[in-house]
Design a protein around this ligand. Structure first.
Ligand SMILES: NC(=O)c1ccc[n+]([C@@H]2O[C@H](COP(=O)([O-])OP(=O)(O)OC[C@H]3O[C@@H](n4cnc5c(N)ncnc54)[C@H](O)[C@@H]3O)[C@@H](O)[C@H]2O)c1
Length: 430
């Protein structure tokens, strides 16, 4: 397969052109012949105009590539190597929502031919690829797994908004359903991944590796969040404690904060779901999730408490929130925990909450959460909450905050970046 792809006798189809799929498709299209398929016609149209709907890549990324974009699933039938990069979210009960993945698998199954390869990149629980997706491929195609077509799993590790760790500079884990496919899939990815590939011993191992990377991060942040709740009661600053503790060589430097998005806050639930199915109730992982999911509401409660203690009444409070996306320097608002913060503030009867974000889309925020963005500093604000450390927000002179602040205002620095820089406002951080 590798030789055919390299010589462009066989082409690659990437199914799902989002944060993960589009960079993969474009990178492969520098070396191979690629078909980029996404169900969303408007997204495909934008991409054809050399615009990344996720705002991660510049127009230059679309230059010098051999790629055809389509929103018609029929168009992928000429490919031989399918890469599936569709969302794997959770439902309202925090259970895996595999519908997009299975729909994409149906599309691939319908056009699958003898000798084809299908590599899944979407994050799933260990076992999902072979237990959930492979039967769909077999049923749709009438072909037999391993004998007629091969499957692999290669988790994606890109970190949106991070200009240092990019697709090609992050080592990639690959796997296949047998020795031959594992080797061929590794060789194919090795074409584009400068950092090289790590061939896992099985699909399940590769699936598990991805899920624990994010679960580990979730748990470490949950620990810091719990510490910040404890230290707040002790009247000490968590960031100062971490700074001191981190002078020991083996201390792990994680920070408290809001954990949103479609990876860190979601993937652990895939693992706990599967564990539950196997008769084990995961306690540490669920506890971490509980702590992290509560932080938006915790923050709101602290803010309101502090403002009431300043003799301010919730109905008259004016609050500005800087940042609405799920993390810094991205436009992605999926599972943004800033929304929990806002909802909780509103539940106290606070009506004037202005949200400012240079990245978030006004339309998406309105559609998804019914939230409006504002570009003006229509203060004076009783509290300014720096919720997301976008570059635009991280180096502002204190004077800018003072200008929009009401007398005796509170400055809430969720990420602790203005520590020792705010001298005239009442400062509080996690
Ligand atoms: N975004 C990240 O930082 C990141 C990092 C690592 C892993 N992942 C994982 O990668 C996967 C994809 O995530 P993403 O952030 O790129 O999602 P995304 O929402 O940005 O993109 C997914 C794309 O798939 C398309 N799509 C959905 N169903 C389809 C179908 N049946 N056929 C064709 N296209 C379809 C959507 O229209 C969308 O454009 C998820 O499993 C995610 O957990 C994401």
């Amino acid at each position: 397969m590798y030789e055919e792809i390299k010589s462009k006798q066989a082409s690659i189809a990437v199914v799902g052109l989002g944060y993960v799929g589009l960079p993969i498709a474009l990178e492969f299209a520098r070396k191979a012949s690629v078909i980029g398929f996404d169900l969303k016609q408007d997204r495909v149209e934008m991409i054809r105009q050399k615009q990344d709907p996720s705002k991660e890549m510049p127009p230059s990324a679309f230059e010098g590539v051999d790629i055809a974009y389509t929103s018609d699933p029929q168009d992928i039938q000429s490919a031989r190597f399918y890469i599936v990069t569709v969302p794997t979210p959770i439902n309202e009960h925090n259970e895996p929502e595999l519908t997009p993945l299975l729909n994409a698998t149906h599309s691939v199954g319908k056009v699958l031919k003898k000798g084809d390869y299908v590599v899944f990149e979407s994050t799933v629980f260990p076992g999902a690829t072979e237990e959930e997706c492979v039967p769909v491929l077999e049923n749709e195609s009438g072909l037999q797994y391993i004998r007629d077509f091969k499957v692999g799993f290669s988790p994606e590790r890109i970190n949106p908004g991070d200009k240092n760790h990019t697709l090609v500079s992050i080592q990639k884990v690959t796997s296949g359903c047998d020795e031959e496919s594992a080797r061929e899939i590794s060789r194919v990815y090795d074409m584009i991944i400068q950092a090289g590939v790590h061939q896992a011993s099985s699909i399940k191992v590769a699936e598990a590796a991805k899920i624990i990377e994010n679960t580990q991060r979730d748990l470490n942040i949950a620990f810091m969040n719990e510490l910040s709740i404890i230290f707040n009661r002790m009247g000490i600053n968590t960031f100062e404690v971490i700074e001191a503790a981190a002078t020991k060589w083996n201390f792990l430097k994680f920070y408290p904060g809001l954990v949103g998005g479609h990876c860190i806050g979601v993937d652990p639930y895939y693992l706990t779901y599967k564990a539950q199915e196997l008769g084990y109730h995961a306690q540490i992982i669920n506890a971490g999730r509980y702590v992290n999911d509560s932080m938006g509401r915790y923050l709101a409660k602290q803010v309101v408490k502090k403002l009431i203690n300043k003799d301010k009444h919730p109905r008259q409070m004016r609050i500005q929130i800087l940042g609405a996306t799920f993390k810094e320097n991205v436009s992605d608002i999926r599972n943004s925990r800033v929304v929990d913060l806002i909802d909780e503030l509103k539940s106290y009867g606070i009506q004037k909450i202005d949200v400012m974000d240079p990245y978030a889309s006004v339309r998406e925020l309105k559609e998804e959460y019914g939230l409006e963005l504002t570009e003006s500093n229509d203060g004076p604000y009783d509290a300014i909450i720096l919720a997301v450390n976008h570059d635009q927000f991280t180096d502002m002179p204190e004077q800018e905050f003072i200008q929009r602040a009401a007398p005796d205002a509170l400055f809430v620095d969720v990420k602790g970046i203005y520590r020792n820089k705010i001298h005239h406002l009442d400062y509080w951080s996690l």
